[in-house]
Write a protein that binds this ligand. Structure first.
Ligand code: GLV
Ligand code: MN
Ligand code: MN
Length: 410
C-alpha cells in the first residue's frame, strides 16, 4: 500500500470512529431521522459526547451563560481566536449531518493539526451553539443570537416549547441560570475569525468542498387563526367560522406568492385546536418560513400574504394574527476571509450562496469576520433523514477545515 493510500485509509478510519460514536445519539430507528431537540435527553447526550471528545483531546471545555459549549486549544483570553464548530440539535426527524458534521469535523481537524505538529499562534476554539434549529423554542440560532445580543433575553426566557415548558425552565433544569442569559460582548470580541463547516443543503456542489458567499434574508412568522369551535355534524355550513379554511388559504397563498416572486416559502408546521375529527376547529396556528434573495422581495412576500389572508379571514369570519418569530437579514460573508479560504483550498474551490440559516450568519451580522465551508450532499436533501454525505467527502471536509485552521491560526 502506498503512503498516500495508507494516509487516506487512516483519515477515513478516524472519521468513521468519531462519526460512529455520535451517529446513534438521538436517532429514531423508525424514521432514521434525528430527534435532538435542544436540552432534551438526546441533546444532553450529544453535548456530553462533545465534552468527552474535547476533553480526551486535552481541550479546555466551558459552557457560556447561554448554554453554548466551547472547547479551547490555547488561551481564549489571548483574543483574536480562530473559532470553528456548529450545532448538535436537529429539526424533528432531521438528517444526521446538519450541524453535527461541523462539530465532528472540528474535532478531527484539531487532530489533523496535531498530527502535523502544528503550534497555533492564535487560540483555536470549537463551539457548539444551542437551539440552532429553533425546533424546540421557535427562534432559530437562539444560542448565537443570545450571545450576540440579537434577541431580548426576557423574551427568550419566556419562549415555550410544544408542551408549555419555558426556555427558562429548560435551562434551569439543565443547571444553567436563566437570569444570566444574554449578550456576551467580551466573548464575542475574542473571536478573530469564525469558520463553520456545514453540509450543503442543496445540490450545488460538484466537488467535495465549497466556500460560502452569503445567506439569503429569511425568517419565520407565526400565523394564528381563530374561529368558532363547533359540532362538525350539526353546524350549518353557512353558520361556520372555520379557521381551517383561512389556514388552508394561507398555505396556498404562501406557496403562490413565493412562486410569483422567485422566493422560497413554506408552511411546514400546523397546530390545530382541539384537533378533533368531528369538530370545526377553534384555532389553527401555522408557521410560515420565508426566504428570498433580496430583503425587498421577502418584505413584499410577507406583506402580500398578510393582505391576502386578512381578506380571506373577513370572508371566513375568522381573525388572524401574523407575528415574526425570528428574522435574519442578508449576510455577505467577510470577503477577505472568504478569499483567504479559497486561496488556501485552491482557486477552483466553488463559492456558493445558500438560503439556509446558520450561526455563522448571526456572528457575521454581529460584526465577527465569518466564513463557511460546505461539504457536498449528493441527495441535495436536508432537514430529512435522506440528507447524506459520503465518508470520502466528509474526510475531504476535515482536511479542508484543518487546512483553513492552519492558514488562519498557525
Ligand atoms: C436552518 O437550518 C434553517 O432553517 O435554515
Ligand atoms: Mn438546519
Ligand atoms: Mn445547521
Amino acid at each position: 500500500m502506498s503512503t498516500v493510500d495508507a494516509g487516506r485509509d487512516a483519515s477515513r478510519d478516524a472519521w468513521r470512529s468519531v462519526w460512529s460514536s455520535l451517529a446513534p445519539i438521538g436517532r429514531d430507528p423508525a424514521s432514521g431521522g434525528y430527534l435532538r431537540l435542544s436540552w432534551s435527553p438526546a441533546d444532553l447526550a450529544a453535548r456530553k459526547w462533545f465534552v468527552t471528545e474535547a476533553r480526551a483531546r486535552g481541550l479546555a471545555v466551558e459552557t457560556d451563560r447561554n448554554g453554548n459549549l466551547w472547547a479551547w486549544w490555547g488561551d481564549p483570553a489571548a483574543g483574536d481566536a480562530v473559532v470553528t464548530g456548529s450545532h448538535l440539535d436537529s429539526v424533528p426527524h432531521g438528517g444526521g449531518f446538519d450541524g453535527a458534521l461541523g462539530v465532528a469535523s472540528a474535532l478531527l481537524a484539531v487532530d489533523a493539526l496535531r498530527a502535523r505538529n502544528a503550534s497555533p499562534r492564535r487560540p483555536i476554539g470549537i463551539v457548539v451553539f444551542t437551539e440552532e434549529e429553533g425546533s424546540r423554542f421557535g427562534v432559530a440560532c437562539l444560542g448565537s443570537r443570545l450571545l450576540a445580543g440579537a434577541v431580548d433575553p426576557a423574551r427568550a426566557r419566556a419562549l415555550t416549547d410544544a408542551s408549555g415548558t419555558t426556555l427558562a425552565q429548560a435551562l434551569a433544569e439543565a443547571g444553567l441560570d436563566p437570569a444570566g442569559i444574554g449578550p456576551e460582548p467580551d466573548r464575542l470580541a475574542r473571536i478573530g475569525a469564525f469558520v463553520e463547516l456545514h453540509i450543503e443543503q442543496g445540490r450545488q456542489l460538484s466537488r467535495p468542498v465549497g466556500v460560502a458567499s452569503g445567506i439569503w434574508p429569511h425568517g419565520r412568522w407565526r400565523l394564528h387563526v381563530a374561529g368558532e369551535g363547533n359540532h362538525a355534524g350539526t353546524t350549518l355550513m353557512a353558520d361556520r367560522r372555520d379557521p381551517m379554511l383561512t389556514a388552508a388559504f394561507a398555505v396556498l397563498a404562501v406557496n403562490k406568492e413565493a412562486r410569483l416572486l422567485g422566493a422560497h416559502a413554506t408552511v411546514g408546521r400546523l397546530v390545530v385546536h382541539p384537533n378533533a375529527t368531528n369538530a370545526v376547529p377553534e384555532t389553527v396556528t401555522a408557521w410560515v418560513d420565508a426566504r428570498a434573495a433580496e430583503q425587498s422581495t421577502l418584505d413584499l412576500l410577507v406583506a402580500n400574504v398578510r393582505r391576502r389572508v386578512a381578506e380571506r379571514a373577513e370572508r371566513d369570519g375568522t381573525t388572524v394574527e401574523l407575528v415574526a418569530e425570528s428574522v435574519s437579514p442578508a449576510v455577505d460573508f467577510d470577503a477577505a476571509l472568504r478569499d483567504r479560504l479559497v486561496a488556501a483550498l485552491g482557486p477552483d474551490t466553488p463559492v456558493l450562496g445558500t438560503a439556509a440559516g446558520h450561526d455563522a450568519g448571526v456572528l457575521a451580522t454581529a460584526g465577527v469576520p465569518a466564513a463557511m465551508l460546505f461539504v457536498r450532499n449528493p441527495t441535495g436533501v436536508s432537514h430529512s433523514p435522506a440528507e447524506h454525505a459520503t465518508d470520502d467527502d466528509c474526510v475531504a471536509g476535515v482536511a479542508a477545515l484543518a487546512r483553513v485552521l492552519e492558514e488562519l491560526a498557525c
